[in-house]
Design a protein around this ligand. Sequence first.
Ligand code: CAA
Length: 257
Amino acid sequence: MNFILLHDQVAPYVAHIQLNRPKELNALNLELMAEVRDTLKELDQKDDIRVVVISGNEKAFAAGADIKQMADKTAVDMFLIDQFSTWDQIRKFRKPLIAAVSGFALGGGCEMAMTCDIIIASETAKFGQPEIKIGVMPGAGGTQRLTKAIGKSRAMELVLTGDFIDAQEALMRGLVSRVVPEELFLEEAIKLASRIAAMSPVATRLAKEAVNRSFETQLDEGLHFERKNFYLAFASEDQKEGMKAFVEKRNPDFKGR
Ligand code: CAA
């Protein structure tokens, strides 16, 4: 692995993927994205991993898709390479995925963060979809996810001007779940991951699916899906253990079954 670093068990049941092209501000080239895709595929299968944190470094989460790699491509090249299909693996990842964002999260970087389930931002984080400034537009979900996260008017302004928003505005508009000091951004994300990892992996998976469904369906269908998954949770041993432990006033011992 060259373009990402995998830190296994940074806390019990928690893995950390670090994007690792610091000189290029973690620009997302095809090779890096293939590594992310393959690593997530592996982590999805591992019983000893329940939550994954993905981060860059203090200066950049990722400054977008690699412009240098795309600059000379034709439309047919782009269609055949279909580089954004690797993004689908992030979307398909079944365990909770937390983006720990410091510095730039731009273009594909912002889109990658938004594809994760929760975004924790350092106070130096900057989010934006600046593709318009290089003559294109967001291509990995930005027009859809940013609009759903912060509303049409502000999303349209950002997409059409390429302006960035800072961490505080991102918090105020609901793009991120919290803002923390820069020196703590990774630690706080791992702490949150640990709390989630202590829950039943069956229930977290079902809950994640159901929350995501709210973006993909109308309320009626979303509520139906949510209810079905809630009932399904009762087929797990973890539900029995969790509720029994509550009644017995002790901590649950979840087995993921
Ligand atoms: N692709 C390739 N290289 C990039 C890059 C990118 N997206 N972003 C930064 N880099 C490279 C720079 O070319 C530079 O490399 P060299 O040292 O070899 O020149 C290095 O990273 C450091 O960048 P800067 O010198 O520009 O750093 P800065 O602090 O002055 O500026 C910045 C930072 C404002 C983020 C600026 O780098 C920038 O505007 N980057 C491009 C942002 C952008 O347009 N992203 C969208 C890309 S398209 C996309 O993502 C499509 C999609 O929907 C998926």
